[in-house]
Ligand binder design. Structure first.
Ligand SMILES: C[S@@+](CC[C@H](N)C(=O)[O-])C[C@H]1O[C@@H](n2cnc3c(N)ncnc32)[C@H](O)[C@@H]1O
Length: 227
């Protein structure tokens, strides 16, 4: 795993000391069995693709994507997981050992935090980003979407899953927990339902809501957008 210079970001659990509990917490609080499976069902795999998971955290989605692509008979895929936090990437490393088992599909992890992703333009065939945008300020969201547009091949898909406008008063009340842990500034565009328009402003086309679901922490949405 390559490591970045020291920098500040909101960790997976909002606070670092809860990181060892990330997997059970996210499983319960985001109905992960359903939400990540529903997202996975939308991804169109093909052999030889390069797929980026930005803010991959403990690697649950990376592992599920690699297993799914292999089970569908695709080979030669390269999955890249990027995250700012080397502690959560250590959890990912232990979860992903089985993927690099000598088959032609591989997964690699990069610890990176910065305005520019260290990848060539038009390099990736798909990008997934799950539960990261509510950790980013408006400026970081804009910059990250610009980078997604740059590294994605034109016509390829971004799959973005995150909290959006709460669909009722109870969901808005629950979302206060996330907002106080992960930052009021970072979660503002989520709370006001701005993510689809941010995607459009960044130049993505055909922004489509794939699903939304209630969780005990707010309303979770997934969108697909074309680079
Ligand atoms: C709530 S976790 C989501 C992890 C995983 N994608 C999932 O769905 O379970 C958010 C992740 O985003 C990472 N993160 C936050 N800010 C980041 C940034 N600016 N660049 C890269 N990763 C970031 C955190 O370290 C954390 O692992």
């Amino acid at each position: 795993m390559r490591r970045p210079a020291k920098s500040s970001f909101v960790p997976a659990t909002g606070v670092h000391w809860l990181l060892p509990l990330y997997d059970p917490l996210v499983a319960f609080c985001t109905r992960e069995g359903k939400s990540k499976q529903w997202l996975l069902n939308q991804i169109e795999f093909e052999s030889e693709q390069q797929i980026l998971d930005f803010g991959c955290g403990s690697g649950t989605l990376l592992s599920a994507m690699a297993d799914c692509a292999k089970s569908l008979g695709y080979d030669g895929l390269r999955f890249v997981g990027v995250d700012a936090d080397e502690r959560i990437l250590r959890q990912a490393e232990s979860k992903l050992g089985h993927v690099n088992d000598g088959s032609s599909t591989s997964v690699e992890l990069l610890c990176h935090h910065g305005p520019r992703l260290p990848y060539a333009s038009d390099q990736f065939d798909a990008c997934v980003c799950s539960l990261v945008f509510h950790h980013l300020t408006a400026e970081e969201k804009k910059g990250t979407l610009g980078e997604f547009r740059r590294i994605l091949r034109p016509g390829s898909s971004l799959y973005l899953m995150d909290y959006g406008r709460p669909s009722h008063v109870l969901a808005a009340t629950c979302f206060i927990v996330v907002r106080s842990l992960d930052g009021w500034r970072q979660t503002a565009d989520n709370a006001t339902g701005q993510l689809p328009s941010l995607l459009e402003k960044a130049g993505f086309q055909d922004v489509q809501e794939l699903f939304h679901m209630q969780t005990i922490l707010g309303t979770l949405y997934a969108w697909r957008a074309i680079a």
